[in-house]
Design a protein around this ligand. Structure first.
Ligand SMILES: [Zn+2]
Length: 187
């Protein structure tokens, strides 16, 4: 069973969103890093089907791994939309392994994509905080800032132009009006 020990290429550490699993040595692409394990729940048994927590890993329509047990160190692995690992799901063996899909450097946080259902249920409502989404959000925020500045500058230019035009018109109107008044009233 996986446990935290020095010959494992990972350790639990502080991540931006709480705890996470970090590589302690380089992990080559394709390497099986850790097993995601826990009691197997049978959806046909109501008491088991009723169990609800964030660490459920569905193997198929019937079987689900309850990964909330303490010994399941893989539960510390955070979600990422651009992950460096993936879950290798083996419904027949009722096993899940987390495998590197890129070369991972020592110190890198290990993450995998939790999948659409989890994303919709837990991440979308609060906004995904994975590095990839944070980066995207940062970029969008910067772009929005630039856009706001542009809009503001445009509005200011327009207002200045309008003010200048208004001033010119007023002057013209004034003269014209004055002239007419002068012309009509006095003659
Ligand atoms: Zn994300």
């Amino acid at each position: 069973m996986p446990a935290i020990s020095s010959n494992k290429p990972y350790r639990v550490g502080r991540s931006k969103t709480g705890l996470g699993l970090f590589a302690t040595k380089p992990i080559r692409k394709g390497t099986r890093i850790i097993r995601y394990f826990g009691p197997i729940l049978d959806s046909r048994i109501p008491e088991q089907d009723d169990i609800e927590n964030k660490y459920l890993f569905e193997l198929n329509g019937r079987w689900t791994i309850d990964g909330s047990v303490r010994k399941n160190v893989a539960r510390y692995i955070n979600h990422s939309c651009r992950p460096n690992a993936e879950s290798d799901v083996r419904p027949r063996e009722r096993k899940v392994f987390i495998r590197a899909i890129r070369n991972i450097e020592a110190g890198d946080e290990i993450n995998y994509d939790y999948g659409t259902d989890y994303f919709k249920a837990y991440l979308k409502p609060i906004g995904c905080k994975c590095p990839s989404c944070e980066k995207k959000r940062k970029k969008l925020r910067a772009e929005a800032r630039v856009e706001r500045a542009k809009v503001k500058a445009r509005a200011e230019r327009k207002a200045q132009k309008a003010a200048a035009k208004g001033a010119a018109k007023k002057k013209l109107n004034g003269k014209h009006f004055k002239g007419k008044v002068n012309g009509q009233a006095r003659v």
